[in-house]
Ligand binder design. Structure first.
Ligand code: SAH
Ligand code: CA
Length: 243
């Protein structure tokens, strides 16, 4: 239960280690001391343009984005894929982090939200790296896999769309990624609900929480990957393809 949730933090006894996600003050500290002062102006602009949208909470948290940018710089990927673009915070961040000849296949079933961020992506001069595909993600992955030339060629993937399909995405992405390639899944701690007794999970989150628990279990048992749960944002699960 460490770091499990801030949903019910008021009911908890204090423990020696409160865990990152249980302290609002600690989160603000991280944001104010190291995230906001370093966030690129264009990313900030995109985040602010998103703030007015009714589903703004879906945007990638800037602290999670900061970690992702660090990973991207370590991997220096040429070929990447993103599932779940929304207004494009993680997409712009990826586009700014990869080399000039790097490519991103970016998939979202909605184009309207992508268009909120698009002018900022254009202003950043990175649109040429992006192929936006308006579609459900699974058929796009299947289509990519129809061409054996795509197998084991992607260096990086970010998955941040419908949780019901995370395992379906995982099985396809592991074929698309090269050995040593990295995939990051977002929202895998699902506001801490994964570690709460079911009765304490808000009703509208129970199914999704259950699906995430099943996904986390599969990944933890998956010998094809090295993995780590990172309690940043709403939880990153980082996997590296081993074979
Ligand atoms: N990565 C984004 C946040 C994504 S939010 C950011 O950094 O801001 C989740 C997105 O997934 C939404 O835009 C939604 O339209 C999209 N989505 C949901 N189900 C999908 C599916 N089955 N296929 C493709 N996109 C989907
Ligand atoms: Ca997310």
């Amino acid at each position: 239960m460490e770091g499990a949730s801030n949903l019910d933090s008021g009911k908890r006894e204090s423990k020696p280690s409160k865990g990152l996600l249980q302290s609002e003050e600690l989160y603000q500290y991280i944001l104010e001391t190291s995230v906001y002062p370093r966030e690129l102006e264009l990313l900030k602009e995109l985040r602010e343009a998103t703030a007015k949208h009714p589903k703004a909470v879906m945007g990638t948290a800037p602290d999670a984005g900061q970690l992702m940018a660090l990973f991207l710089k370590l991997i220096n990927p040429k070929k990447t894929i993103e599932i779940g673009v929304y207004t494009g915070y993680s997409l712009l961040l990826t586009a700014l982090s990869i080399p000039d000849d790097g490519k991103i296949v970016a998939i979202d079933l909605e184009r309207e939200t992508y268009e909120i961020g698009l002018p900022i992506i254009q202003k950043a001069g990175v649109e040429h790296k992006i192929t936006f595909i308006q579609s459900l993600a699974l058929p796009v992955l299947d289509k990519l896999l129809e061409d054996p030339e795509n197998e084991s060629t992607f260096d990086f993937a970010f998955v941040d769309a419908d949780k019901v399909n995370y395992l379906n995405y995982h099985n396809r992405i592991l074929k698309l990624l090269r050995v040593g390639g990295i995939v990051i899944y977002d929202n895998t701690l699902w506001r801490g609900t994964v570690a709460l007794p079911r009765t304490l999970v808000p009703e509208d989150m129970r199914l999704s929480s259950h699906l995430i628990i099943e996904f986390n279990k599969s990944v933890a048992e998956d010998p094809r990957v090295q993995m780590s749960h990172v309690p940043v944002g709403d939880g990153f699960t980082v996997c590296r393809r081993l074979y």
